[in-house]
Design a protein around this ligand. Sequence first.
Ligand SMILES: Nc1[nH]c(=O)nc2c1ncn2[C@H]1C[C@H](O)[C@@H](COP(=O)(O)OP(=O)(O)OP(=O)(O)O)O1
Length: 290
Amino acid sequence: MATTDAISLSPKIKRHKQYTLVIPLDLHGDRVLLGYKLRGFGQGKYNGYGGKVEPNETVIAAAVRELHEESGLLVEEPAMIQRGVLLLETVADDTSPILEIHVFTVETWEGTETATDEMTPHWFSLSKSLTAPTKSTPVSGSIPPSFLSTSSAAEAGGVEESQPHPGGPHDLPVIPYFQMWEESRVWLPHLLRHVSSSEEGRGGVGGNLISPEPSPPAATAASDGDRNETENKGKKYFIHHVQFIGGTDMDAVDGGEYSVWHGMGPRRLDWVDELPIGEWEGRKSFKTYP
Ligand SMILES: Nc1[nH]c(=O)nc2c1ncn2[C@H]1C[C@H](O)[C@@H](COP(=O)(O)OP(=O)(O)OP(=O)(O)O)O1
């Protein structure tokens, strides 16, 4: 509980750097699409699709553009469902901006997911990924070993289709939360449960594939906002504030270099009725937070 109450983002004037993050969901197929990042910021991690919001670009336009550039999927702006915002701050480096990452899901698109020189697409099971595994929970063995290295068909100059899973959606692996950005294991299961429970009300994800909402492990529940899950029902957006203290990611494919964006410190996850997107749209430079 202390972790959720302790945070206060820097009262100093800090630059906000805006990013987008889009997670394609195939609800009827009970699948979530993530990309394995081959280069740049977050190399060697799985993540949604996104990037920096360019000057004079809206957040939603950037989300559409980055999704297309990195995955080949084409969506219209109205199909982007805004789900929340990550406000990530590092206290390990006073000069780093606050990363303001706008999170969207999409459920309809044109085109087929395609490997690019930046991301390789991989489908994961939605219903099996509603709780973040603990460190000791084995990640499903069905992730091909080649996915765990930075070598890929894209690097070799080819285009790699996502791997077929002959047995269908039931065979898809759990999201490899420990190969994602550290705070993803907090907010992503929340988001997936939120989407799944809203879908259940509308007839269910993947027909009747969805299992009953699981109880998260008690230890993480109190500290990561799950205690409010019942009262959060009906609220549409999450805001996840995290401070990083800096550290070495021992799970990283690159062998664990020190990063100021590692070492999750104080954090809180709130669900809200409204997201002040208008307020955030113009916040690309120095502003006082909050
Ligand atoms: N801690 C974090 N948690 C998270 O979930 N996503 C993060 C994250 N830190 C960064 N990201 C995301 C935001 C964005 O989608 C992506 C980083 O974007 P990039 O640096 O690849 O931007 P661009 O695609 O604009 O870059 P270039 O193509 O290199 O110009 O990683």
